[in-house]
Design a protein around this ligand. Structure first.
Ligand code: NAD
Length: 455
């Protein structure tokens, strides 16, 4: 092993880790039930990098490729505890049954475990999620009161679970579209806004505030602004806590961030990209409302612009038509289907087409993403990292990044970044894929290069 680059010693992951999810719906219950079946040895953690992926270390000739979970100190699945809030009451079992993602057999296997997870009353505002009618929600004079109630919930749950560490990931519905405004610009304005019940403070922001005040890292699985505002960045810095977001990258956008880099890599032009979806779960119902759809649409549309860089390649990408549609279609439930029609052009401008039809399962794709985010955020926290965790861009449709940067969307650059970050954290050499040292010749040309480069 080479010199140690790591910033500080990483605290050990011993003891329980409580995972808090505002929103106990399809994604969160599929994650909870899944980890329970996996830790009992009944199912495999398919789709999870933290559980299944290996990471190459050193030169290719060294043949060192441990599993990520054996390379970095991650919390054990056995040590995960769960808690969350929703507007429907009951238990996580009721929510999983309603979501209808898992087969009856899996649901039965996970039933005792899911029944032990009570759903805490939510902080909810109708204007932010117009399609759902709440049954059990918290009442408070001000948004600061509501934040305090969430903080009480966090403290009492951590005590009950005997947890010193926790993580919160927003798995609630997509809130209506809002833009950053004065109240979000800094922590002082935000806290004033909480006390004055400022309507520009969304419920998801109240959860994020409560999490950060209670020492929990926070990630956002939906496209809402939530933690992607300067006030939360400031708070995460002050509290020395990691934050990440936004919007889990799972189905159609996952494919888009593989195909679009391919077009750019081969300098193939784009005339148009039409993306249609049918989705019949509750998420689909919420997204059928124009305000919530707008939030999702902005998130899904942002991807191509950043990958294709029309400013650098105006002849190929300055004039393409990009459209995203999500249609609520109840018969399909969580089994989303997407179609992409991509009109491209090649040599001498000759047109061609690509058609993609993905028959996926939304929450089956999202659950391992949620698991990885939980474990990596906890790792980041124990490593003393705070603020935006750009190395977790791999998991998001709209990755958060510093204000002066543009987000990195290309899936394979994101993966390289994530793995190099883990190497960096553990004091291993970064892998640049240059590879000159394998080809040293008599003239010494390669060895000169080797002095200034690695692999
Ligand atoms: N499944 C995927 O592939 C995927 C991908 C990207 C993003 N997402 C996002 O993840 C989120 C969860 O998806 P899902 O399929 O589990 O949806 P879901 O509708 O099954 O679950 C969301 C839950 O959040 C609850 N909720 C709404 N507002 C709340 C509040 N203020 N406090 C607490 N609970 C609240 C709802 O009652 C619902 O039970 C959605 O925002 C979705 O857009 C999902």
């Amino acid at each position: 092993m080479s010199t140690n680059n790591s910033m500080k010693k990483i605290d050990s992951p011993e003891g329980t880790l409580t995972v808090f999810t505002p929103g106990i719906g399809a994604v969160s219950t599929t994650f909870m039930a899944g980890t329970e079946l996996i830790r009992k040895g009944m199912r495999q953690p398919v789709g999870s990098l933290t559980q299944m992926s290996a990471i190459r270390l050193g030169k290719r000739t060294e043949k060192r490729s441990p599993l990520i979970k054996d390379f970095v100190p991650l919390a054990e699945l056995d040590n995960l505890k769960y808690a969350g809030w929703d507007i429907f009451g009951g238990t996580a079992y009721d929510a999983a049954k309603k979501a209808g993602v898992l087969h009856e057999k899996d649901l039965e296997l996970a039933k005792p475990f899911l029944k032990s997870i009570d759903v805490m009353p939510a902080v909810f505002e109708q204007q932010y999620v117009k399609r759902l009618r709440p049954k059990v929600i918290k009442k408070g004079k001000t948004k600061m009161d509501l934040a305090d109630q969430l903080r009480d919930d966090i403290r009492s749950t951590m005590k009950r679970h005997g947890s010193k560490r926790g993580v919160m990931v927003w798995c609630g519905s997509t809130e209506v579209y809002i833009e950053e405004s004065e109240v979000h610009r800094n922590l002082k304005n935000f806290e004033k806004g909480l006390v004055k019940n400022d309507q520009r403070i969304a419920p998801s922001m109240i959860y994020a505030y409560a999490a950060l005040k209670e020492g929990l890292p926070f990630a956002n699985g939906a496209p809402n602004l939530t933690v992607d505002i300067p006030a939360m960045n400031e708070l995460s810095g002050k509290a020395r806590l990691p934050i990440a977001g936004k919007d889990f990258k799972t189905g159609q956008t996952l494919l888009k961030t593989v195909l679009a880099p391919m077009l750019k890599a081969r300098m193939l032009g784009l005339n148009g990209w039409f993306s249609a979806n049918i989705l019949g779960n509750q998420d689909g119902e919420v997204l059928d409302e124009p305000g919530s759809f707008k939030t999702k649409e902005v998130s899904k549309l942002s991807v191509l612009e950043h990958i294709l860089q029309p400013d650098i390649y105006p002849n190929l990408y300055s004039d393409y038509y990009h459209k995203v549609r999500i249609n609520y279609y109840p018969p399909r439930g969580d089994d989303k289907e997407s179609w992409d029609n991509i009109d491209i052009f090649g040599w001498l401008g000759y047109p061609m087409q690509i058609k993609v039809n993905f028959l996926c399962r939304d929450s089956i794709l999202a659950a391992p993403v949620l698991l990885d985010l939980v474990l990596f955020l906890d790792l980041a926290h124990r490593s003393g990292l705070s603020g935006i965790q750009e190395w977790l861009s791999f998991y998001f449709k709209s990755p958060m990044c510093a204000p002066e940067l543009y987000p990195e969307h290309d899936l394979f650059i994101q993966l390289t970044k994530l793995k190099n970050f883990l190497r960096y954290l553990m004091g291993e050499e970064l892998i640049t894929h240059l590879g000159v040292e394998y080809y040293a010749d008599d003239t010494g040309a390669s060895s000169k290069l080797q002095r200034s480069s690695k692999k």
